[in-house]
Design a protein around this ligand. Sequence first.
Ligand code: GAL
Length: 370
Amino acid sequence: MKKFFLMLLSVCVLPLWVSAQKRTIVPGAEWPDNNGLHINAHGGNIIQADGTFFWYGESRPRGTHKAMPGISLYTSPDLVNWKDCGIVLSTVQQPGSPIEYGCVMERPKVVFCPKTQKYVMLFHLELKGKGYSAAMMGFAQSDSPYGPFKFERALRPNAKYWPVDFKRKDKKLAQKQNPEDYKDWWTPEWRQAIEKGMFLWRDFQGGQMSRDQTVYVDDDGTAYQLTSSEDNLTLHLNELTSDFLGFTGRFIRIAPGGQNEAPTLMKNGDTYWMITSGCTGWAPNEARMFSAKSLWGPWTQHPSPCIGPDAKKTFGAQGTYILKHGGRFIFMADRWMPKTLSESRHVWLPIEFGPDGTPQIIWRDKWDIE
Ligand code: GAL
């Protein structure tokens, strides 16, 4: 009888459980890859090529506090079952290289460049031993989405360029703001000086800071990088060159002094939507949302799109990318675990649209990818 019952279980129930498991996303749960290890690709993005999904992300050392090996790749036929394909952009053992082992590579985004037929990766780069002070963008490219990616350069965006919408009076005002006039940060006067462009002018010659970032390719094929600049106080939308390997110098500031990071971007109909976070390091905070009819603005702020338990903390996570899949959108976020970053959880939720077209991210314990 016992034998029969076990057989019944394995014939009828187990396959059901396995197939259910294979289609289901469980936000915030451990997500094992083909080797049974939690997917170690954080702050990243996903692209599709030849029917395969490619997930790039930060590979954080497992169980140690050693430096990062680089950027990892996982592939999948269905967005649920993922195969570990190793490191596609490695840090190097070459002293003085911008990507010398010990550097920090964060928030990689890979996009296909039609002009060069290359896969281009942009990532936030912090130099070895310099904490988070370098605030640079790294560029790498590959002939294949499987990599390996060749490191091309690292730089700070838009040296010696003003935002495209800056008039003579705006430039003059920015040039008058001097960080030395403010002993204390975060006072109302200091914040006003930031809004007027104090850090923009401070970094004018050497290039603007660029930390958390995403890359977005618009309908006309122009690529943009949206990044947290000016000491994480102001977002910059930077146009990329046609090979996606540099900046044209055309950029705007968004929400000056608003302290936004973890930017993500999508377009639904004729409206661009941006979902960001506040700046509280690895700790979660409430998501912010902005919309515009043109990437060049004006951008209008809306309440957080999150609904459900812990919505005020973005479900304990911080956005990294909005994946467009079959006409729908998936919000990809990281629930950071700072002591064991490799184990940080992936929180993926579908983006729905309310009756007036406003995005909503409603918590679900689990959901089916189809
Ligand atoms: C977060 C940021 C992460 C990482 C972290 C470091 O605010 O979103 O990507 O840079 O800070 O503390």
